[in-house]
Ligand binder design. Structure first.
Ligand code: BTN
Length: 267
């Protein structure tokens, strides 16, 4: 089934969303994140999803492969009225909210998160998150949460188009079933709202143990670029600020706030 605003509304009717939520469903757009960045709106929360993106973007200026009508390409613009110093950790919390959605819907239970927020199944990327923030001196902060979740694409048939991107998978690969994207998006929104509410009241500390339970990198040897130097060491988890903790081969501890870790060996 195609993305459908009325269906999405229906799935969300029983929630407290309708007053403050605007839903935009597009056929084609360059990038749902870009679309929401430029949108002028009074609504506190705006959801934009598209059947395809011509310039879907990932972290580190990468391209996000967006085959038509297969997957979820959506962005949610969320208004934070008060400054929040911990916003850097929001991306970890959103990863958890997406994972919780998939667990609650009984889609998969063995998904892990590769710091900071890639969802992986059997070492293959299932979902990527691109968070962008817009600060305004009077109106507060708008956060754009971009989610690319591989749903109905069969990774076997798309493999060549996707090369040379790293191994990826979809919910179809996991369950051998097609999934209703309208239902999934509504469930994502509901869980993200719950997680953001908890994040606003308790901060990241409230999520740390939940995050540690699904940490894909824990105990693995990794390399990570910091400026123009590469740090190599064993991952010790994350701290209360959501930073990646690495002990290098001289037993020095590093706290990494941003970047991308490549796995050198599993232990
Ligand atoms: C990553 O893993 O690098 C993040 C990928 C984020 C992709 C999504 S698809 C919807 C939204 N619009 C974009 O252009 N990017 C995000």
């Amino acid at each position: 089934m195609r993305l459908d605003e009325a269906q999405l509304q229906e799935y969300l009717t029983l929630t407290a969303f309708h007053e403050k939520l605007e839903i935009i469903v597009l056929d084609t757009v360059d990038s749902t994140n870009r679309y929401l960045k430029d949108l002028s709106t009074q609504k506190e929360i705006v959801l934009c999803c598209a059947e395809t993106q011509t310039q879907g973007r990932g972290r580190f200026q990468r391209t996000w492969f967006s085959p038509k009508a297969d997957n979820i390409y959506c962005s949610i613009r969320w208004h934070f009225p008060k400054p929040n110093n911990a916003l850097a950790t929001l991306s970890l919390v959103i990863g958890l909210a997406i994972l919780k959605t998939l667990n609650t819907m009984n889609i998969a239970t063995d998904i892990h998160i590769k710091w900071p927020n890639d969802l992986l199944w059997q070492d293959k990327k299932l979902c990527g998150i691109l968070i962008e923030t817009m600060q305004h001196p009077i109106t507060g902060i708008n956060v754009i949460i971009g989610i690319g979740l591989n749903v109905n694409s069969d990774s076997q048939t798309h493999q060549s188009e996707h090369a040379p991107i790293k191994p990826w998978c979809s919910l179809y690969d996991i369950t051998h079933k097609m999934h209703d994207r309208n239902h999934l998006i509504a469930q994502l929104l509901i869980h993200i709202e719950q997680y953001i509410a908890r994040f606003q009241s308790q901060g990241f500390a409230a999520f740390r143990s939940e995050w540690q339970a699904v940490d894909h990198l824990y105990g693995k040897k990794v390399a990570i670029l910091q400026g123009n130097r590469e740090i190599q060491g064993v991952v010790q988890g994350i701290n209360a600020q959501g930073e990646l903790l690495i002990v290098d081969f001289n037993q020095e501890q590093w706290q990494i706030a941003s970047g991308e870790a490549s796995i050198i060996s599993q232990n």
